[in-house]
Design a binder for this molecule. Structure first.
Ligand code: APR
Length: 245
């Protein structure tokens, strides 16, 4: 079975990305041996309960990661840029759904983009939902500019136990795509890990691009394995050849 037997330029593509695509830009993944969850406990820094119990610890964890995004060395890599290009030439349309909270896809040129786990570079009021952009630290005594509540500002990210964003739009796209591609995600976290099954139920062809086989490898018809900066541009080149007939 090969891509060209199953995918035509008229097909819509849905791409799911995870931390692996940003690894070669200098950002840690979560579950690799040197990953973020090897150094921090999820229940200490990434749940609503943790924020209620110890807001300083939670904000501190995300403030370090926000500051890191200001580092000029952290920039979109060849994989982010290839997906930005794909959106411009693929006739059937491309929706990129990322679990990543960094802004490297947008900076890499992707526009039809859903941040299902939120965006690190935005701040939200837990009380009224007011959203602001900004790279600075969030402190526990800050006051919301919209509702005047104090101590309610938090990063605009989805914590464990919260519902991912824009699920209706994602599910609609999974229901009509002809190709589903999963890139740089270990397949540990739902609902994203279940997208491949949803897409295939509606007849999509499914391809995994990752450093190694993910937990859900058997759910994909094809897999390409290696560093994202190599395998993603090569895959996008294959799609370009298909688009050009
Ligand atoms: N190129 C491609 N893939 C890579 C690379 C690389 N250079 N480096 C690592 N990977 C792969 C790993 O092999 C692994 O399968 O990326 C995957 C990263 O998996 P996780 O660390 O589990 O990250 P992710 O799947 O995005 O996590 C999902 O979990 O904690 C939450 O909210 C967090 O959005 C995150 C979610």
């Amino acid at each position: 079975m090969s891509l060209s037997d199953h995918v035509s330029p008229a097909h819509t593509i849905v791409i799911l990305t995870g931390a692996g695509i940003s690894k070669e830009s200098g950002l840690q993944t979560f579950r690799d041996p040197d990953g973020i969850w090897a150094k921090h406990r999820i229940e200490d820094v990434a749940t609503p309960k943790a924020f209620a119990r110890d807001p300083e610890a939670v904000l501190g964890f995300y403030n370090i990661r926000r500051a890191q995004m200001g580092d000029p060395e952290i920039r979109p890599n060849a994989a982010h840029k290839a997906l930005g290009m794909l959106e411009r030439f693929w006739p059937g349309g491309v929706l990129l759904v990322t679990q990543n909270i960094d802004d490297l896809h947008a900076r890499g040129g992707s526009r039809n983009l859903i941040h299902m786990h939120g965006e690190l570079m935005k701040t939200r009021c837990n009380e009224c939902g007011h959203l602001v952009e900004g790279i600075g630290d969030i402190e526990t005594d800050m006051v919301c500019a919209a509702c005047d509540a104090a101590g309610t500002l938090r990063p605009h990210v989805v914590w464990f136990g919260e519902i991912p964003l824009e699920m209706k739009a994602i599910e609609a796209a999974l229901g009509r795509c002809g190709l589903f591609v999963s890139i740089g995600t270990s397949g540990n976290v739902y609902p994203a890990a279940g997208f491949v099954q949803q897409a295939r139920r509606h007849g999509a062809y499914a391809v995994e691009l990752n450093l190694e086989e993910s937990l859900g490898v058997s759910l994909f018809q094809e897999g390409r394995y290696g560093p994202a900066t190599e395998i993603v541009p090569a895959f996008v080149d294959e799609l370009r050849a298909l688009a050009e007939g």
